[in-house]
Design a protein around this ligand. Structure first.
Ligand SMILES: *Cc1c(COP(=O)(O)O)cnc(C)c1O
Length: 409
């Protein structure tokens, strides 16, 4: 396929060195190189999937003993890539250690990106994924940003569906339980040169998980971090790259040492509110003049991870809260704005959103030496919006409400 060169790249001067890769057609220069090379590379092909079952199936833990990300299922998906062939045939194999050369580029320069998504068991025992197209699109965006290979979204969804069905026995038959899937892509090329990896591995492991709040919501308290920044314009904070997460641990540990459960990430001298820990962040405000209620979250300006849960909360708010008079805003807002709203009794609630917890209600935020109360009464653990969102999203995840977001495996 021919791809027109961008007009501003169309200057003829630099073309002589690469003229063999360019084609003049229809009064335009076309570059043959990228398309010609990738067209011969193989995409992920789910019809070539082979399954090698384990001879030693692992024990099932009692569902009460499941800890997030601690135990894994019997198998894993493994798909290799190299720059001459493209994607090799996908395989499901027994869960096992990786064998990597110590010079593998992932170990030195963090060529790694990942996804976090879940498979759910519905009332009829069927396995469902939740909006897997969103996770695949995000994984491809993350991979492309760090020069790792991409693939057709749909093809990996087919393999994930097969994998989730194979591991179905690990998903307890109870509300709140699911199978956390961790698609991971790493650069495996043996080189200390900083360059585009010539080989990569995409693998998927799965961990059975229980409800985030086994005994009902528990509101958390946050410490606003002003001495470290998670993401910045033009950076990669909007991609799920492993390199974004290790630097977040020290500020989280610091906040915990002072009795808070998470830290709240701010940006810039204006102290814009961005995200909480590894979740997106929402606040509900009441307008001082009109009294109108507004659900607010930061806009996707490159400093915010494009959460699937965030998108789901926004869609449900537009569908079900706007008809009740709410306004829904993706806009910048500052700590000073929250502080003022709290003092005037207009900060109604605050919560984080992410795949692990769906929503995580927030009781208070420590900022510049004061504690901002986020609107919960002392005996409340969740606000009205967070409670509704959890119910509404779970109904679609578990297939209680038939909806296009739920993908039947
Ligand atoms: C994964 C992640 C989220 C939440 O994304 P979901 O798709 O909703 O799970 C939010 N913020 C950060 C920094 C994340 O890594």
């Amino acid at each position: 396929m021919l791809r027109p060169l961008l007009p501003r790249c169309g200057a003829l001067k630099p073309l002589s060195s690469q003229s063999s890769r360019l084609l003049w057609r229809g009064a335009r220069w076309y570059s043959l190189k990228p398309e010609a090379s990738t067209a011969t590379l193989r995409d992920i092909d789910p019809t070539k999937l082979t399954i090698t079952k384990t001879t030693k199936p692992g024990p099932l833990l009692k569902k009460e003993d499941l800890v997030f990300g601690k135990t894994f299922t019997d198998h894993m998906v493994s798909i290799e890539w190299d720059q001459t062939h493209g994607w090799h045939d996908p395989r499901i194999v027994p869960y096992q250690n990786l064998s990597l050369d110590p010079a593998s580029c992932v170990l030195h320069y963090a060529f790694e990106c990942f996804e976090g998504m879940k498979a759910y068991k519905d009332k009829q025992g069927r396995i469902r994924l939740f909006r897997p197209d969103k996770n695949m699109a995000r994984l491809n965006k993350s991979a492309a940003r760090i020069a790792l290979p991409t693939f057709t979204d749909r093809n990996l969804i087919d393999i994930l569906a097969e994998f989730a069905r194979l591991e179905a026995r690990f998903i307890p038959d109870a509300r709140g339980y699911s199978l956390y899937l961790r698609p991971t892509m790493i650069g495996t090329q043996k080189t200390l040169g900083v360059s585009k990896p010539g080989s990569a591995l995409l693998y998927v492991i799965a961990s059975p998980v229980g409800p985030y709040y086994p005994t009902g919501f528990r509101a958390v308290s946050l410490e606003a971090t002003d001495y470290a920044v998670r993401a910045w314009p033009g950076g990669v904070g909007d991609k799920k790259l492993g390199a974004n997460y290790a630097p977040c641990v020290v500020p989280a540990v610091e906040a915990m040492s002072r009795g808070f459960q998470q830290n709240l990430w701010l940006f810039g001298p204006e102290q814009y509110v961005t995200e909480v820990g590894t979740m997106n962040f929402f606040v509900a405000l009441r307008d001082r003049e009109t009294g109108q209620r507004e659900l607010v979250t930061a806009p996707l300006d490159g400093t915010i991870l494009e959460g699937v849960t965030r998108d789901s909360v926004l869609a449900l708010a537009r569908e079900r809260l706007v008809p009740q008079g709410w306004r829904v805003s993706e806009r910048k807002y500052t700590m000073a704005e929250l502080d003022e709203a709290a003092r005037e009794g207009r900060l109604l609630e605050a919560f984080g959103s992410g795949t692990a917890a769906i929503v995580s209600p927030v009781r208070a935020i420590s900022w510049r030496g004061k504690l901002i109360n986020c609107g919960l009464k002392e005996n409340e653990e969740s606000g009205e919006v967070a409670t509704k969102m959890k119910d509404w999203i779970e109904a679609r995840q578990y297939g209680d409400e038939e909806h296009e977001w739920s993908y039947l495996c």
